[in-house]
Design a protein around this ligand. Structure first.
Ligand code: URA
Length: 241
């Protein structure tokens, strides 16, 4: 694809999302690479509370968490995986995206969100002027469930402490939960996504923004506008607005 074609595809996507402006402020990009110390919680008028979410104070690191996971056999998902998908991106990111579990492409490459849904997520990240390297991307569960079924409750219970440790090390300002599964797991509720979206929640010292999963957007492109609304909210939270 030529650069011209790439650019027009990008603009078409922005148009579909209803993007009405892109920040040219160079300070905006610098903020995305802030140090962990700068990631404090910001007040937000419409934040819902999630109880029991204190920040860990231990001097943990992402490398230590990865090494604790090792060649994990804690649940049966290990039997079907090719690669454990830990997470990628900036270890001091202000913004973390959390999906459900690796799919086929992710299982093969060991990197979250690299398939079709992942390519759409990359564009969604770009829509607020950031790159994948500037944010952090992880999943609730680190191994691919057979046939891409939903992870079972026991598998989530076994795996989620590692995600919590990752979040406590990264200390993002904003966590975006992608899709019903991640939203329900992180917020500890099974309320319909339509009722949960559009609000901001307190979560482990960060603001949590629920939005649609990019795989759902591939099937229902008419919901991209909702995601753009959510991403504008994310940008405002990152800017401390
Ligand atoms: N879907 C997810 O939820 N996570 C991935 O990493 C890929 C697809």
């Amino acid at each position: 694809m030529t650069r011209r074609e790439q650019l027009s595809e990008h603009l078409r996507f922005f148009e579909e999302l209803g993007v009405d402006g892109v920040s040219r402020d160079p300070g905006w990009r610098r903020r995305a690479a802030a140090t962990p110390d700068s990631a404090g919680s910001t007040p937000s008028g419409d934040a819902g509370e999630v109880p029991g979410a204190d920040r860990a104070t231990a001097a943990d690191t992402l490398d230590a968490i990865r090494s604790d996971l090792g060649e994990c056999t804690r649940c049966t998902l290990h039997a079907g995986r090719t690669t454990l998908v830990f997470g990628v991106g900036n270890p001091a990111a202000d913004l973390v995206f959390v999906g459900e579990a690796p799919g086929r492409d992710e299982d093969l490459q060991g990197i979250p969100f690299v398939g079709r849904a992942g390519q759409l997520l990359t564009k969604i990240i770009a829509s607020i002027g950031l790159t994948r390297d500037e944010v952090y991307i992880a999943n609730v569960v680190k191994c691919r469930p057979p046939g891409n079924r939903n992870p079972a409750p026991g598998e989530v219970k076994t795996c989620e402490p590692f995600l919590f440790r990752q979040l406590d090390v990264i200390r993002p300002k904003v966590v975006v939960a992608l899709g019903a599964f991640a939203i329900h797991t992180l917020l500890g509720t099974d309320r319909a996504i339509s009722r949960l979206r559009g609000r901001v929640y307190e979560y482990r010292g960060a603001k949590l923004v629920p939005t649609f999963h990019p795989a759902f957007l591939l099937r229902s492109p008419d919901r991209k506008r909702d995601v753009w609304e959510d991403m504008k909210k994310v940008r405002a939270l990152l800017e401390g607005r």
